[in-house]
Design a protein around this ligand. Structure first.
Ligand SMILES: Nc1ncnc2c1ncn2[C@@H]1O[C@H](COP(=O)(O)OP(=O)(O)OP(=O)(O)O)[C@@H](O)[C@H]1O
Length: 239
C-alpha cells in the first residue's frame, strides 16, 4: 500500500487522566476512502483515543498524523480545519438553535471540494431534517439529533468522518437509517472511523476492524477475518 493513501495514522499513543494511564501504545490506520471500526468493551479507551486524535484530550506520547502532517495535540478547531469531522458521543447539538442554524453554525468548505455538502445535500441524505428544519435542537428525537450531528459534521466537508457511538440509544428502525446513510457516504468515498456496539452492521459496512483492550490494539483485520474468528469476538467483544 502506498503511503500516499494513508489518511490517518496513529502510533504509540499514550494518554490518560491524572495519574491513571488509559492508552498504552494505541495505533490505528485509516486509508483514504476506507471505513474502519474501533471495537472493544466499555472503558477500554475508544473515546479517549478519539478525543486524543481530535485534540480534545492531551496525548502524552506518540504520533497522530493526518494527510502526512503531525496533528498531535493541535486544538480541536484546527484538527477540524484539516478535515476531520466528529460526531461526538451524546451528539452535543446546540439545543437552542434550530436544525438549520445548527447546520450552518460550523459549516465550512476550506478545501473547495467539487461537490461540497450543502443544506440541500444533507436534506437529501436525511429528509426528516428538512421537515424539522425550523425546530430547535431540544425538540428533536434521539434519532433526529443523531442525523443532525452527522449532517453538522458533513457540513464542515471533512475528509474523515468519526462517529463515537453511532447508533447508541436509537430504535432499530432509526439505527437502520443511520447505517444506510453511512453506507451511502462510504460508497461516495468518504473515509469513516466508527465506534458502535452493533457488530453485524459494522461487519457489512467496514473494510477493517481494530479491537482495543486496555488501551492497546489486540486484534486487527477485515470483516471476513472477524466473522471467521469467534474466539476473538467472544474474548474481546462478548459477541
Ligand atoms: N474524564 C475522565 N476522567 C477520569 N477517567 C476517565 C475519564 N474519561 C474516561 N475515563 C476512564 O478512562 C478509561 C477509558 O475510557 P473511554 O471512555 O476512553 O473508554 P471507551 O472504550 O470509550 O468506553 P465506553 O464504551 O464506556 O465509552 C475508563 O476506565 C474510564 O473510566
Amino acid at each position: 500500500m502506498s503511503t500516499d493513501s494513508i489518511l490517518l495514522k496513529v502510533e504509540d499513543l499514550e494518554s490518560g487522566y491524572g495519574q491513571s494511564q488509559v492508552l498504552y501504545g494505541m495505533r490505528l490506520q485509516i486509508d483514504a476512502g476506507q471505513c474502519v471500526t474501533l471495537l472493544g468493551r466499555n472503558g477500554m479507551g475508544k473515546t479517549t483515543t478519539i478525543k486524543s486524535i481530535m485534540g480534545m484530550h492531551l496525548a502524552w506520547k506518540g504520533q497522530v498524523q493526518f494527510n502526512g502532517a503531525n496533528i498531535r495535540n493541535l486544538p480541536s478547531h484546527r484538527v477540524a480545519q484539516r478535515g476531520v469531522g466528529l460526531v461526538p458521543e451524546g451528539r452535543q447539538i446546540f439545543p437552542n438553535l434550530s436544525v438549520e442554524e445548527n447546520l450552518i453554525a460550523t459549516a465550512a468548505d476550506r478545501r473547495k471540494k467539487s461537490n461540497p455538502w450543502t443544506l440541500s445535500r444533507v436534506y437529501q441524505l436525511f429528509p426528516r431534517l428538512q421537515e424539522r428544519a425550523g425546530n430547535f435542537g431540544n425538540q428533536l428525537s434521539g434519532g433526529e439529533q443523531q442525523m443532525l450531528a452527522i449532517s453538522r459534521a458533513l457540513m464542515t466537508n471533512p475528509e474523515l468522518l468519526i462517529l463515537d457511538e453511532a447508533t447508541e440509544g436509537l430504535s432499530p428502525l432509526v439505527r437502520q437509517e443511520i447505517w444506510t446513510a453511512l453506507a451511502l457516504l462510504r460508497h461516495e468515498g468518504m473515509a469513516i472511523l466508527v465506534i458502535d456496539k452493533n457488530l453485524a452492521p459494522l461487519l457489512r459496512l467496514a473494510d477493517r476492524h481494530f479491537i482495543v483492550e486496555k488501551g492497546q490494539i489486540v486484534w486487527e483485520g477485515d470483516s471476513d477475518a472477524l466473522s471467521a474468528d469467534p474466539d476473538a469476538r467472544q474474548k474481546y467483544l462478548g459477541a
